[in-house]
Design a protein around this ligand. Structure first.
Ligand SMILES: Nc1ncnc2c1ncn2[C@@H]1O[C@H](COP(=O)(O)OP(=O)(O)OP(=O)(O)O)[C@@H](O)[C@H]1O
Length: 259
């Protein structure tokens, strides 16, 4: 079937749900990394996903971003965009931003240039590289600089930033693209306590405007940000709920928290 270009399909959030994964199975050589997984994300919510090594967290992110195709099941962005039918760049352009654990900022460029590059190259518009940014784009960059706490470092070379600042810059590079859904893989790994607290504030401040899915092992951090936590185990959802319920769940204690 020939799919319409992703830009021509409106992101329909009329049901207030930005992501639907239903009965997703992914096998590698017969081993089910995801096994009939169901996972839903509401518009603007901040969700944490936890689970032991090998639980399927990365594979789930890979399915959402089009990197891995499921053997079966469906993956929808809003009501109509079938994620299994589009490429990784198309899905990114449609409004799903992903940050991997290791920061990948342009080290030899300034903070400002990094944000400008992220904005200009979004949707693959290399041709606009030499065009001036619109006043709206400038405003968006200023707004993001403020959010990520780097307003006073705009001219600093990204390679000279502290580890935490680099992570925030990379989140900022996604934010200038105004994603509807942001996927973050272990954003606080390697951060100092102060940086972790700042990151919690940053992610909390995004709630409502962007849906954010955070995969994280640091339970203190998860506790500080999460409204809803999803626990994955053997490619399925073992439990989902608020932190108090999750921590009291005997199955979660047995297979994850009690490690
Ligand atoms: N490309 C692949 N080929 C074969 N097996 C794979 C592949 N990718 C993942 N797996 C296996 O699928 C299972 C789930 O892996 P996944 O990386 O999704 O888990 P995870 O929850 O992200 O773990 P971690 O916390 O270690 O990152 C693991 O057993 C892993 O070895």
């Amino acid at each position: 079937m020939v799919m319409p270009p992703i830009h021509s399909v409106n992101l329909d959030l009329s049901h207030d749900t930005v992501l639907y994964l239903e009965n997703i199975t992914v096998s590698f050589d017969g081993f089910k990394a995801l096994n009939n997984l169901n996972f839903y994300v509401k518009r603007g919510e901040l969700r944490c996903v936890v689970g032991a090594n090998g639980a399927g967290k990365t594979t789930m992110m890979d399915v959402i971003t089009g990197k891995t195709r499921p053997d079966s099941g469906s993956a929808f962005f809003g009501q109509w965009i079938d994620l299994t039918q589009y490429s990784e760049p198309e899905i990114a352009a449609a409004g799903i931003g992903r940050k991997f654990q290791k920061p990948t900022v342009f080290e030899n460029h300034s903070v400002l240039e990094n944000l400008e590059l992220a904005l200009r190259t979004h949707k693959g518009v290399w041709s606009s590289l030499f065009a001036r940014l619109t006043p709206e784009q400038r405003d968006r960059i200023d707004e993001v600089l403020n959010l990520i706490g780097l307003t006073n470092h705009v001219q600093r070379r990204a390679g000279l930033l502290a580890h935490g600042q680099k992570q925030w810059l990379e989140i900022g590079m996604l934010l200038v693209q105004e994603p509807y859904l942001l996927l973050l893989d272990e954003p606080v790994a390697g951060m100092t306590q102060h940086e972790i607290e700042r990151t919690a504030e940053l992610l909390n401040s995004l709630a409502g405007r962007h849906a954010v899915v955070v995969v994280e092992h640091d339970m203190a951090f998860v506790r500080s940000i999460a409204k809803t936590v999803t626990v994955l185990h053997e490619g399925q959802v073992l439990a989902e709920g608020n932190m108090t319920d999750i921590q009291a769940n005997p199955r979660v204690i047995e297979v994850y928290l009690g490690e």
